[in-house]
Design a protein around this ligand. Structure first.
Ligand code: SAH
Ligand code: SF4
Ligand code: F3S
Length: 472
């Protein structure tokens, strides 16, 4: 069985990308499979996976399955998995224990998809040790789910469809969106950056951008359907268009999406390496491009950044950060940080704390390095103990939380725009939503305000959220 191979994977960047518009088909027979059956879907991982689950749901709808929120109630259980860190794996294998019991006691089907299904070691484990799982499908195979599910029901043996048609951009897969007000819009798939710790370039394949006209048309359709906000999705959105060869960049795309007039535009994730001045100018020029940027740094030590293959230094990152703060009024910036990368000394870790002190991030996702099979970093010598890594994570989180609270405190008594998107899960008689700068706010409001962007006065502030009331 092969493990991810950097050399081999790098070769792919020359393969030609083809756009496929007519791949998705459901036969009359397949439409009957889901009649009187319910599906349950569990999604792990990033926004990309959440959006894939919206596609999977729409396909199951076309096959006449209906959705249930209860695992016990389901005739079909789908796991859309993530491979980014070991604990993502562990969560999935934990749930599989519960599902196995259900599978043994009643007549249900179980499907295993997502990024773990793109890892050969995992597929090997499933075919050997989890023979009761009915079908396995990769991130590139979602479009073919009707056939995979049909075969699994007919043949009663494990179906595995995990091939890497990673040179394709597949258009016209149906989507059943979780929200009526904000939508994910893929602008590119895959990643060619090959940061040395990361599994994504192997599980998601080579970078391929969607053509601008498809993206713009999707946004225009969303406006017609009443959507207020779109988030443009990619592992590396700033590199958008580089693979198209039509001289059209992320800055061009942002401007064209802004011109559609949609109320709110967001984008994730921005790799600092490709963040150019044109992009910054466009973000500051258009009011409907939100002043919020997720700008992962990963480490503050230039030595570790080099080992990670991030291709910027601490100083280059800080310059970019400063420029963003200067040129985009009121911008909020968040980040991702890994501690305990192989070879990270206390001094390197101090560099990371220095950067956090300099940037005073609005918030951050922080992780302990997790070796992924086959990636270059998993073969590097790692002499930092787990205790030390945990202590670094804790110290880092304390600092991050301090700045989150300080940043939020500045909002007290201010009036800010909030898109009210759902009922608050925390507070009674409240709706929740996000500010333009991506702060979570619980707002005392009637549900006639759902789906509206309203002005909210912030009345109290915590580290992770705020409370407020509508000002008329
Ligand atoms: N494309 C995005 C990151 C996607 S993965 C970017 O380049 O910024 C989300 C985050 O998971 C990463 O930013 C990184 O901080 C973390 N991550 C990825 N691989 C990891 C690993 N092997 N161990 C620990 N954290 C990891
Ligand atoms: Fe992973 Fe992001 Fe690096 Fe791509 S740019 S390899 S997704 S961390
Ligand atoms: Fe996880 Fe795959 Fe996203 S590995 S973070 S679900 S791209």
């Amino acid at each position: 069985m092969n493990t991810p191979d950097l050399k081999e994977a790098r070769r792919r960047t020359n393969n030609k990308v083809s756009i496929k518009e007519n791949e998705y088909k459901v036969t009359d027979k397949q439409r009957k499979i889901g009649l009187n059956k319910k599906y349950y879907i569990k999604t792990y991982g990033c926004q990309m996976n959440e959006h894939d689950s919206e596609n999977i749901s729409a396909i199951l709808n076309d096959m006449n399955f209906t959705k249930t929120e209860s695992l016990e109630d389901a005739d079909l259980i789908i796991l859309n998995t993530c491979a980014i860190r070991e604990n993502a794996h562990n969560k999935v294998f934990g749930l599989l224990g519960r599902i196995k019991h259900l599978r043994q006691t009643k007549n249900i089907m179980v499907g295993f998809g997502g990024c773990m299904a793109q890892e050969e070691v995992i597929v090997e484990e499933i075919t050997n040790k989890y023979k009761w799982i009915d079908f396995v499908f990769g991130t590139h195979n979602i479009v073919n789910l009707p056939n995979v599910i049909e075969k699994a029901y007919d043949n009663k043996k494990q179906e595995v469809e995990v091939f890497s048609c990673e040179g394709d951009v597949i258009e016209n897969i149906p989507v059943k969106r979780d929200s009526k007000y904000k939508a994910w819009v893929n602008i590119m798939y895959g990643c060619d950056k090959f940061c040395t710790y990361c599994i994504v370039p192997y599980t998601r394949g080579k970078q391929r951008s969607r053509l601008p006209e498809y993206i713009i048309n999707e946004v225009k359709d969303l406006i017609k359907d009443g959507y207020q906000e779109v988030t443009l999705l990619g592992q590396n959105v700033n590199a958008y268009g580089k693979d198209l060869g039509i001289n059209y960049t992320m800055a061009n795309l942002l401007e064209d999406v802004a011109k559609t007039g949609i109320n709110r535009i967001r984008f994730v994730t921005s790799h600092p390496w490709d963040f150019n001045d044109d992009m910054i100018d466009i973000i500051s020029k258009y009011d409907n491009i939100m002043p919020y940027i997720h700008l992962p740094i990963q480490s503050g030590s230039s030595k570790i950044l080099k080992l990670m293959g991030r291709r910027y230094t601490k100083e280059e990152y800080l310059n970019l950060f400063k420029k963003l703060k200067e040129k985009i009024p009121n911008v909020s910036i968040t980040t991702d940080i890994i501690v305990g990368f192989p070879g990270e000394t206390e001094e390197d870790f101090q560099d990371t704390l220095d950067v956090v002190d300099a940037c005073k991030y609005d918030s951050a996702f922080t992780f302990i390095f997790s070796p992924r099979v086959g990636t270059p970093a998993s073969k590097m010598e790692d002499n930092v103990s787990l205790e030390e890594k945990e202590s670094r994570l804790q110290r880092l989180n304390q600092l991050i939380n301090k700045y989150s609270k300080e940043n939020n405190d500045k909002y007290l008594n201010k009036v800010v725009p909030v898109l009210l998107e759902d009922y608050s899960s925390k507070k009674k008689d409240c709706l929740k939503g996000y500010t333009d700068t991506m702060k979570l706010v619980n707002v005392k409001a009637d549900d006639i305000y759902l789906g509206k962007i309203v002005n909210v006065k912030i009345t109290s502030v915590k580290t992770w959220s705020m409370d407020g009331e509508i000002v008329k």
